[in-house]
Write a protein that binds this ligand. Structure first.
Ligand code: UD1
Length: 356
């Protein structure tokens, strides 16, 4: 059986790695990795491959940045001949980035089976590019691997046949479980004892100067009580400079490798973020997470985990932070099947199909 994995952007890599490693243990499985090149900076891509012990991709489509239409179209144009040439039995796509939907669309038109890992998540906010990617990918996929029950419910409501849905748990947590002991041995030199770890990169938060200015002002206020450590996505750094905003007192860092970031997350007093995956990682780690978004496609991190949605309301951020500092932050539990074995469950399902 030939399985082709498509990855493109930072959050894909830690999801694909456990599935790749689990399939490597199976007899009669051949694997190909295609990197679309959506993320191309070494510290958003290469370093993740080495830390996750993934081989260099077999193919790099080198699509680079561009508008959503251009980036999606470039992946489609460059990926189609790869599928025709390599003839995979199944193509696995991950998460919700532009590369995910582009690859799924190519395969659906060519009649090649698609498995979507991390299916069924919904924010119900179509102004988020990722929500469009999730909706379309899930309609096209032949096998939908969900991380939690809400995913199954969403898919069934959208008319996806239940036989296609497999609740396998959270593959991103597989990578965390495996690598946390190594991560905690990384150096934290220059990082204070207590700190708020911040990430911010959503277009809705960073592409408008007034919104970004107000968020940075809130973070400067946080910094009075708790040092802010802020590994910044290249897009965010660019916007801070384009808009001439003040972030000088914040400890702004370049994007960090996976192990270094995991290390900082696991020791943080609080994490403040607009990311998707970080809401899940903090829930697993039991670290308080304040999410700078009005909604989340990962509701179990709120209902079971440590996540609180603060939106862009500075008062809410202030009051939640006060609770954290007073040691009264929300406590949580780890959702079912977030146990480090989701990749193996996917491999078993795929290998079972091969032997039928
Ligand atoms: C993408 C995903 C987002 C994910 C994020 C994680 C989509 C729609 N968005 O957003 O869901 O949370 O990755 O990081 O797929 N850039 C660089 N170097 C790179 C890549 C990008 O400098 O290696 C800069 C470029 O200026 C580019 C901008 O970042 O225009 C945005 O990159 P893009 O791939 O369009 O989306 P992300 O914001 O990274």
């Amino acid at each position: 059986m030939h399985i082709l994995h498509v990855v493109g952007a930072r959050p894909n890599f830690m999801k694909a790695a456990p599935v790749f490693h689990a399939l490597r243990m199976r007899h009669g499985v051949r694997q190909t990795i295609v990197h679309t090149g959506q993320h191309y900076d070494a510290n958003l891509s290469d370093v993740f491959f080495s830390q996750l012990e993934m081989p260099v991709p077999d193919v790099n489509l080198a699509v680079g940045s561009g508008s959503h239409a251009r980036q999606t179209a470039e992946v489609m144009t460059r990926f189609e001949p790869v599928v025709l040439e390599t003839k995979p039995d199944v193509v696995l796509v991950y998460g919700d980035v532009n590369s995910t939907v582009a690859a799924a669309l190519v395969c659906a038109k060519l009649g090649v089976r698609v498995g979507h890992v991390e299916a069924g998540l919904r924010s119900f906010d179509r102004s988020m590019p990722e929500e469009i990617n999730r909706l379309v990918t899930d309609q096209l996929a032949d096998a939908l691997y969900t991380p939690s029950e809400d995913g199954d419910i969403n898919l069934k409501r959208e008319g996806v046949s239940p036989e296609k849905i497999f609740r396998v748990g959270n593959v991103m947590i597989d990578s965390l479980v495996k690598l946390l002991p190594f991560a905690q041995r990384q150096s934290r030199s220059g990082i204070p004892e207590r700190y708020a770890l911040v990430t911010l990169h959503r277009p809705a938060n960073v592409d408008d100067s007034a919104t970004l200015k107000s968020l940075l002002e809130s973070l400067l206020e946080v910094n009075q009580d708790l040092s802010v450590v802020f590994p910044a996505h290249p897009r965010t750094r660019q916007r801070i400079s384009d808009f001439g905003l003040n972030a000088e007192q914040l400890q702004l860092l370049d994007p960090l490798p996976y192990l270094d970031f995991l290390n900082l997350q696991s020791r943080a007093t609080v994490v403040i973020t607009d990311s998707g995956g970080i809401q899940e990682e903090t829930t697993y780690l039991g670290v308080p997470c304040l999410t700078l978004r009005e909604n989340t496609e990962r509701p179990v991190t709120v209902s079971l985990g440590t996540n609180v949605l603060v939106g862009r309301d500075p008062d809410k951020l202030r009051s939640e932070l006060r609770l954290v500092i007073a040691g009264k932050a929300k406590r949580g539990t780890v959702p079912p099947l977030w146990d480090g074995h989701a990749g193996e469950r996917i491999a078993t399902l795929l290998a079972g199909r091969a032997s039928q």
